[in-house]
Design a protein around this ligand. Structure first.
Ligand SMILES: C[S@@+](CC[C@H](N)C(=O)[O-])C[C@H]1O[C@@H](n2cnc3c(N)ncnc32)[C@H](O)[C@@H]1O
Length: 274
């Protein structure tokens, strides 16, 4: 990735250990979703990638809007603990903002594999004892579930909202995403929730993987899945209405005019008793 010759002024939110002269995928993503944590070098890469894939920023914004609605709904159901894996930079109207405004005693743990996202997250959450972020790999469920940061905020004897938003499409079939999700959900008590969003559509056209080429080049391989494949990831849980749908169609706010064309599926499900 192209480095900037001179370092831009470092704002207070950017910790000294973070390189702000080379584009960061986490900050590119933040730019796409309308956040404020990015630099010129990130925006240049974002624009280049989006030029080849014009629907991508809208799709990611719709995904983030779905996530906010899902957390709002789960907070209304009384869920006060969230574990968000593959969170990206937890800035600008993220899970803890929604959960804490619903219930000031809510707790949120963010996990991401990207050290830059985590470093920015740590700085952003430094004064927030009810939320934390640490570096972890989704594939290492035991490490994430047993981490001090997780255990410090989350009581697994009470319902938890597990969030896997726009991350499972990086897990190929060969790595058995269903079993991977199961290693987390088996630890959750009834009344817990599973929130998933995922690149895909009702029927995945053959050409779809190629459509994701630009993003794949910039980020990593994206696997599209259809409704049926996504619904299978909720095994053992009961899907809330309206089931697995395109993200903008999941309980849209009355003022929203959802664009159902966006290629991101989403669903929320609850763990039943027994
Ligand atoms: C497309 S972003 C989604 C961010 C946020 N969840 C959202 O929906 O807006 C995907 C995030 O997943 C992270 N990620 C990818 N593979 C991961 C893994 N194996 N473990 C943890 N995080 C991962 C990336 O670093 C990135 O921040």
């Amino acid at each position: 990735m192209k480095r900037q010759d001179t370092e831009p002024d470092r704002p207070a939110w950017a910790p000294p250990e973070v390189d702000i002269t080379t584009p960061s995928i986490a900050r590119v993503y933040d730019h796409w979703i309308g956040g404020t944590h990015h630099f010129a070098v990130d925006r240049q890469l974002a624009d280049k990638v989006a030029a080849g894939n014009p629907g991508l920023p809208d799709t990611l914004r719709a995904n983030r809007a779905f996530l906010r609605r899902a957390v709002r709904e789960l907070s209304a159901l009384g869920i006060r603990q969230f574990l968000d894996i593959g969170s990206g930079i937890p800035a600008d109207g993220n899970v803890h903002d929604i959960a804490l405004s619903a219930h000031p005693d809510s707790k949120v743990v963010y996990v991401d594999i990207d050290p830059v996202a985590v470093a920015h997250g740590r700085a952003l959450l430094a004064d927030e004892p009810r939320a934390t972020v640490f570096q972890g790999d989704l594939y290492k469920s035991q490490e994430i579930l047993e981490a001090e940061d997780t255990r410090g905020l989350i009581d697994f004897g009470r319902p938890v909202g597990l969030i896997l938003a726009a991350v499972l499409h990086f897990v190929p079939d060969g790595d058995d995403p269903r079993a991977l999700v199961g290693r987390y959900t088996e630890r959750l008590v009834p009344g817990s929730a599973l929130v998933i969003s995922h690149a895909g559509a009702e029927e995945v056209p053959r050409a779809a993987p190629e459509a994701a080429e630009e993003y794949r080049g910039a980020v990593s391989r994206v696997i599209w899945r259809d409704n049926r494949e996504l619904a299978a990831l909720f095994e053992g849980f009961e899907l809330m209405d309206p089931g697995v749908v395109r993200a903008p169609l999941w309980r849209p706010e009355p003022a929203e005019t959802p664009d159902p064309g966006l290629a991101m599926l989403a669903g929320v499900a609850l763990k039943p008793a027994g």
